[in-house]
Write a protein that binds this ligand. Structure first.
Ligand code: UTP
Length: 443
């Protein structure tokens, strides 16, 4: 079947006609866009999704997934040491998924370039690069860093790192690669055309497994002897990247292919996915897919039944990633305005849908105030302001624990170059570093 025929067969006659009006370079570009898409799959997706209801997304057999706060476990120190040993042997890599559009934040450009307004004015990318380098120095081995972008932000991301000399990260230890895209459809299921091109949007963070493999990055990791991959989002300003205790816990547990950090949900309406067992398989149900009956369900003591919040911090064994490179994840939909057309269909895959495919998953409970400061919105909840305050308070706690007399009403920013997670601080260090690697700001 040639291109025009396959477009017609997929109900895309308008697109086929539009293509025939173009000549030369413009035609070649649109042809390339068209070739990048699976039109039969898009047609099937539209048919399925336009006939689905919210309840269809969720299994009727949903059970909560129990979890414990890891730091309360007697094995915590052992896990941390085990993780440090594995990091020291070069068996752990960091994998940042940064291909999103960050539309809620409304910042032009890759979200990782965003300055959340800390006194240092470091970008999210810089905070991450410094935290990783501090940990690498402590364990005595560089940590390979995989950064997934999308065709919409790849160039800007790489340019930003290049302009900043990769924030001191050795160039040979970073790999940038692009995720795939999928065409947005009009409410009637037709391809959205934008200036003679297809309106292609990133295929969701679940595209990361395919992209990791297709870009050669999985092979690069395997060649380096990496066995554990720490996967995280660009916009959690408190992410403890490559947390040794998390790594050590999965390595010690043995049977699971992956582990995920979990926090107690702030309340029924918090917009985080929840961990649950669906048909006895571990997985995450997105907040928008969770029917109210489950969302508001409580236990006899009044606590939420579905309480395990997903903070998008996961750890995969390399065998798990190998398996996932070819597995098909389900598609989720969002109705959004695209190119001025309201209620267009945008399709996305979510990385957490990988868990049911990998069998058992190890939940690792963490304390929200220590590890989860999402930067999603321009203001209000989960904004730069809330993230800044969380960092300021956590770092103030670190200083207090190190017997520093902090000033009332002040918050603190401790540079990740000085401390990875609160270690190495003292009154002497505070006096030496205040105004340099420790900065004070107002509450
Ligand atoms: P979000 O779900 O918050 O989406 O991404 P987003 O695109 O960044 O923001 P909004 O919804 O438009 O406001 C969670 C993580 O997944 C990554 C994001 O970059 C972020 O780190 N992501 C999201 C991808 O890597 N690719 C995607 O296609 C979508």
């Amino acid at each position: 079947m040639d291109m025009i025929e396959s477009l017609n067969a997929a109900g895309q006659q308008e697109l086929a006609k539009h293509l025939e009006t173009l000549m030369g370079d413009a035609r070649k570009k649109l042809e390339r866009d068209i070739q990048s898409q699976d039109w039969a799959e898009l047609k099937a997706l539209y048919t399925e999704k336009s006939n689905a209801s919210l309840e269809d997304n969720v299994s009727k057999d949903l059970k909560p997934m129990p979890f414990k706060i890891a730091v309360d476990d007697l094995r915590y120190d052992f896990w941390k040491e085990t993780g440090e040993i594995l990091l020291g042997k070069g068996q752990v890599a960091a994998f940042l998924v940064a291909g999103g559009q960050g539309s809620r934040l409304g910042f032009e450009g890759p979200k990782g370039m965003f300055d959340i307004g800390l006194p240092s004015h470091k970008s999210l990318f810089q905070l991450q690069a410094e935290r990783l380098q501090n940990l690498a120095a402590q364990v005595g081995h560089p940590i390979p860093w995989c950064i997934m972008t999308s065709p919409l932000n790849h160039e800007a991301t790489v340019n930003f790192f290049t302009e900043h000399n990769f924030f001191g990260y050795a160039r040979e230890n970073i790999r940038f690669f692009e995720q795939g895209t999928i065409c947005a459809l009009t409410p009637e299921g037709k391809a959205v055309i934008d200036n003679d091109r297809l309106a292609l949007v990133p295929d969701g963070n679940g595209g990361c497994f395919r992209a990791l493999a297709q870009s050669g990055t999985l092979a690069w990791l395997i060649e380096k002897g990496v066995r554990y991959v720490f996967l995280y989002s660009v916009d959690n300003a408190l992410c403890r990247i490559c947390d040794p205790a998390f790594i050590g816990a999965l390595a010690s547990e043995g049977r699971s292919m992956s582990a995920s950090k979990v926090v107690h949900k702030a309340g029924p309406n918090e917009k985080v996915g929840i961990f649950a067992l669906q048909n006895n398989k571990p997985g995450v149900v997105e907040y928008s897919d969770l029917p109210e009956s489950y969302r508001d369900m409580t236990n006899a003591d009044g606590s939420l039944t579905f309480d395990g919040g997903n903070i998008a911090i996961h750890l995969f064994k390399i065998e798990g990633l190998r398996k996932l490179q070819t597995s098909k994840l389900p598609w989720h939909t969002a109705r959004k305005t695209v190119c001025g057309i309201e209620k267009c269909w945008k399709f996305e895959q979510f990385l957490f849908d990988a868990f049911p495919q990998l069998g058992t998953m190890m939940p690792f409970g963490v304390i929200r105030e220590e590890e989860f400061a999402p930067v999603k919105n321009a203001d209000g909840n989960d904004s730069p302001k809330t993230a800044r305050e969380m960092i300021g308070k956590l770092h103030r706690d670190w200083l207090r624990k190190a017997h520093v007399e902090v000033k009332p009403g002040k918050l603190y920013e401790v540079s990740p170059t000085l401390s990875y997670a609160g270690e190495g601080l003292s009154r002497r260090v505070f006096e030496r570093e205040l105004g340099r690697n420790i900065l004070e700001f107002d509450e």
